[in-house]
Design a protein around this ligand. Structure first.
Ligand SMILES: [Fe+2]
Length: 323
């Protein structure tokens, strides 16, 4: 299905039935007119992840400038950027390959709303990225499981067992990545179901940063996480993207999880990510996410850290969700 967006030549073409669309007819940058920005934002919210081909002209600055049209760029809370500003390196030459299902930075309360990933160097084969629609995953649950999920909270952390998660990674690389990634240890209590602040949809907040479900025994916690997570990963709820250099993917990090497939061997794969600030999730019962550790989010060397702008501290009071 192709639809013509309100903004002149911009077109949106679905890739998958439940997630993913290609947006064409736009040259990304920081100078797009407001109607085009509104059309792009609407496409992201509807399709959860959108793809732009042939954006070879983008560099670190114009990538960031485009990001500013969607919100405030934020730094990763622990990993230094590759350009001294906001560009986060997604490279396969270290221990940090992202071959686990996750949403970005969910170990802080106000984790990013959007991520914008730009491909500079792509391998000759493999290295695809998959996204799962966490709103569709929730929507397809039978009522009994919706009710269960609505009432659960989960603890997310950046200090998980890396060796267990990535048994194929080289020990030295893994240790170095772990050291940087967990230089500050974060633990955050999130609702398992959040109410999306822009669409009102309910989405599952899970992925590889989840340590456990609050108040449950380990085996029960793992089993229930497995049941809910399986709906995010179900092929019908996912889309798979084969990167070309110059591609840009923009996803709603509040309504998706993603997975970088680690199957291109030693071939170089260099992508750059800019993340846009999010807000503190609110559960179905109106309870907000709460930072458990540390007591506040440390300042990065440049700009503001993801999760910090909404102070990330323990919620003084819960707010109620409009019906
Ligand atoms: Fe990621």
């Amino acid at each position: 299905m192709t639809s013509t967006a309100p903004a002149a030549t911009l077109t949106v073409e679905k890739v998958g039935g439940r997630i993913g669309a290609v947006v064409s007819g736009v040259r990304l940058g920081g100078d797009l007119p407001e109607p085009v920005v509104a059309a792009i934002r609407a496409a992201i919210l509807e399709h959860k992840v959108v793809f732009f081909r042939g954006q070879h002209h983008l560099d670190a600055d114009s990538h960031e400038a485009f990001g500013r049209l969607l919100g405030e760029p934020v730094a990763h809370p622990t990993v230094p950027s590759v350009d001294g500003k906001y560009a986060f390196g997604v490279d396969n030459d270290h221990g940090g390959r992202a071959n686990q299902w996750h949403s970005d930075v969910t170990f802080v309360p106000a984790y990013p709303a959007f991520s914008i990933l730009r491909a500079e160097v792509v391998p000759p084969y493999g290295g695809n990225t998959l996204w799962g629609n966490t709103a569709a995953a929730y929507a397809e649950l039978p009522d009994a499981l919706k009710l269960l999920a609505d009432n659960l909270r989960a603890e997310h952390t950046n200090d998980y067992d890396y060796a267990e998660a990535r048994p194929e990674a080289r020990a030295g690389e893994l240790e170095q990545h772990r050291k940087v990634f967990t230089s500050t240890k974060f633990r955050t209590d999130h609702p398992v179901v959040r109410v999306h602040p822009e669409t009102g949809e309910r989405t599952l907040v899970l992925g590889s940063f989840v340590k456990r479900l609050v108040g449950l025994r380990g085996p029960d916690s793992r089993a229930i996480i497995g049941v809910l997570q399986s709906h995010v990963e179900r092929p019908e709820n996912t889309v798979r993207w084969q990167w070309r250099s110059g591609d840009v993917a923009v996803w709603d990090n509040r309504a998706t999880q993603h997975y970088g497939v680690d199957d291109s061997g030693d071939h170089a794969r260099t992508l750059r990510r800019v993340t846009i600030d999010g807000d503190v999730p609110v559960g179905v019962d109106g309870r907000r996410s709460v930072l458990l550790e540390p007591t506040s989010v440390p300042e990065p060397t440049y700009g503001i850290a993801s999760g910090a702008s909404t102070d990330g501290k323990v919620a003084e009071e819960d707010i109620s969700v409009p019906a």
